[in-house]
Design a protein around this ligand. Structure first.
Ligand SMILES: CC(C)(COP(=O)(O)OP(=O)(O)OC[C@H]1O[C@@H](n2cnc3c(N)ncnc32)[C@H](O)[C@@H]1OP(=O)(O)O)[C@@H](O)C(=O)NCCC(=O)NCCS
Length: 224
């Protein structure tokens, strides 16, 4: 699933179930320590997504190593690597790429179901809500409110490693293209400087499959 919406320079791995017994013994001791007191659901998602990430890193040429959450939960990748991880019921995914190819990346998976009552208003802008009716009419099988949320989570996961600062749900405007399977995320606050230019928009892709809404932003380096 995730592989379909990331460019070729990205290595991706996903899992639809956890290893029997949870796979806890497959973690490094310092990783196991992070989730030692967590509920079993958290232990399982943390473990499986790290196995995904190690598989993706191996494909990129990196040996297995601990992947620990850093500041504000952002994953610590090996030097020279950028990446992102996500988990939701029935799905875990990780993507990695070389920092010489990709500036930052964010992925997010959610169930393709309506957001719980009252959540849409708190995560969206009036202009985004206005577009929902037309989006729904064009593609009724997609829960566009959920897609909006997922896209914003991908924005945050891309934004945070670049800036080290918070970004509110009202600080990025998502405009999905229902036909192309893409979306733009216009930053409504000054974006990070990348290669001498201020980032104003992150471009992403989305997909619905297997009862999931999956979004991905891979902000690649300019070439030439
Ligand atoms: C951090 C956050 C984005 C995680 O998203 P989520 O949908 O709750 O959870 P997911 O399962 O998809 O992703 C969790 C993974 O995200 C990654 N992550 C967590 N914090 C992160 C950060 N600050 N930066 C980048 N990645 C982060 C981690 O790999 C984490 O998995 P792990 O704890 O097992 O390592 C979310 O909890 C959050 O804080 N959102 C509020 C900020 C926001 O979204 N603003 C909108 C901007 S438009």
């Amino acid at each position: 699933v995730i592989e379909e919406i990331v460019p070729g320079c990205v290595c991706a791995r996903e899992a639809f179930e956890d290893p029997g017994g949870g796979g806890h013994e497959l973690l490094y001791p310092e990783e196991a320590e992070v989730i030692a007191r967590s509920v079993p659901k958290r232990q399982r998602e943390f473990t499986t997504v790290r196995l995904c990430a190690r598989g993706a890193l191996e494909e990129l040429g990196y040996p297995p190593q601990p992947l620990l959450p850093g500041r504000r939960g952002a994953p610590g990748w090996p030097e020279g690597v950028v990446g992102s991880m996500t988990h939701c019921a029935g799905y875990r995914a990780a993507v990695v790429a070389r920092a010489r190819d990709v500036v930052s990346a964010g992925i997010d998976a959610e169930p393709n179901e309506p957001l719980p009552d009252g959540v849409l208003k708190s995560i969206s802008l009036p202009v985004e809500r206005k577009r929902l009716a037309a989006l729904r009419a064009g593609a009724p099988r997609v829960w566009w409110d959920r897609l909006l949320f997922s896209a914003k989570e991908s924005v945050f996961k891309t934004w945070y490693p670049l800036t080290g600062s918070e970004l509110g749900f009202e600080e990025a405007e998502i405009e999905p293209d229902p036909d192309a399977g893409t979306f733009s995320a216009r930053l409504l606050v000054p974006g990070p400087m990348v290669e001498g230019r201020r980032v104003e928009v992150f471009s992403g892709r989305w997909l619905t499959r297997n009862g999931l809404v999956v979004t991905a932003i891979v902000h690649q380096r300019a070439r030439g």
